[in-house]
Design a protein around this ligand. Structure first.
Ligand code: NAP
Length: 328
């Protein structure tokens, strides 16, 4: 089988597409023939050797996969069943989806939701799962669609694009923040009613309690943007912190928490419970229009991952990148 394999020499990580032998795969019970994987921001960091995410080489990245069960020594899945695996540090601590076969633990698996094709499942991937978990955390706190919009930052990215689409489909008016002036029509096609330039949100807040402009937010950028978003969130709102595309650290005031009851919810899709995953996948299959999903999806092969990684780390990617892994 072909796979994209990372090696490290003198602290420098390099990627090669080569034949992978089944004996090289981890010794987990379920062997899956991988059909598609995806390229997420974390995969881009792994392939580029950033963030010390991978501790042992050689390594096969890919935090997502969809495929067909070939064998399950635990007896939980039958050969031929279509399954999805996302997170659980697959593609980080263990080998992931950028290889013709993968071995995984049965407790990481979610059966492919009826109504989704394998390609659609990967067009959603970790990015879509994260967006849905973020929206569930907001609605679960009692936030409902009202006068003020729901803000999505990093809106043209993978997480952002799906967040815009599902928030709109759930009845929220969506305000989308982007740094890409050329993609306003794209964001409107996904359901954004209002667009705000990224630069307006990247400056630290001018006061701890700015005028409230959004009811809640799905925040993928981190850094000073997160502080700015918290300061402009309406009373009782939730800021779902999902990403760090611009940085990890932020400096903010506690006043929005104390005087407006604003909550900040951290979203970790990689460790989400199976119950939360089942609910999220079912809602994604219902809420996402498949034509809209296709409009935000581009398909690449294993050989094109290197170039796509550079684009992703430079913030140039729009929507989702599905990686075709199966050779037939
Ligand atoms: N918590 C979780 O479980 C989880 C799961 C998946 C992803 N994530 C995180 O969520 C974030 C987004 O992931 P993704 O897969 O959607 O990545 P992506 O497709 O690369 O999208 C990131 C978007 O953020 C914006 N951006 C990029 N660089 C920026 C900068 N320096 N300052 C401000 N905005 C910038 C860009 O959107 P615009 O041009 O439209 O502004 C870019 O398209 C990443 O930090 C990722 O690690 C977290």
């Amino acid at each position: 089988m072909r796979g994209l394999v990372l090696n490290e020499e003198d602290g420098k990580v390099s990627a090669t597409v080569r034949e992978v032998a089944s004996e090289e795969l981890p010794a987990f019970p379920v062997t899956v023939r991988v059909i598609y994987s995806t390229l997420n921001f974390k995969d881009a960091m792994v392939v580029a050797g950033l963030g010390r995410i991978v501790r042992s080489y050689p390594h096969v990245p890919g935090v997502d996969l969809v495929g067909e069960v070939l064998e399950d020594r635990s007896g939980s899945y039958r050969p031929g069943e279509l399954v999805v695996v996302t997170g659980f540090r697959m593609g980080e601590a263990t080998w992931g989806g950028f290889s013709g076969q993968a071995r995984v633990k049965p407790e990481w698996i979610v059966p492919l939701v009826p109504g989704l094709t394998p390609r659609q499942a990967m067009a959603i991937g970790t990015a879509g799962l994260t967006s849905m978990l973020a929206l569930h955390s907001i609605t679960g706190a009692g936030v409902v669609a009202g006068d003020k919009p729901l803000l999505v930052t990093g809106a043209t990215g993978g997480v952002g694009s799906i967040a815009v689409a599902i928030a709109h489909a759930s009845g929220f008016t969506v305000m989308a923040s982007t740094g890409k002036a050329s993609e306003h029509d794209y964001l409107r096609s996904l359901g954004a009613a209002e667009i705000i330039d990224r630069s307006e949100l990247s400056k630290p807040p001018s006061s701890p309690l700015e005028a409230t402009r959004w009811c809640s937010a799905i925040e993928a950028v981190g850094g000073s943007t997160l502080a700015k978003v918290i300061s402009g969130t309406a009373a009782g709102g939730v800021v779902a912190s999902v990403g760090n595309a611009s940085g990890n650290d932020f400096c903010a005031s506690v006043l929005p928490f104390l005087l407006r009851g604003v909550q900040i919810h951290g979203i970790d899709s990689a460790q989400a419970s199976l119950e939360a995953r089942h609910r999220a996948w079912n809602d994604l299959a219902t809420l996402l229009d498949t034509k809209l999903l296709e409009s935000m999806t581009e398909e690449i092969g294993l050989d094109e991952i290197g170039e796509a990684v550079n684009d992703m780390l430079a913030g140039r990617v729009r929507g989702r990148l599905v990686v075709r892994v199966a050779e037939d």
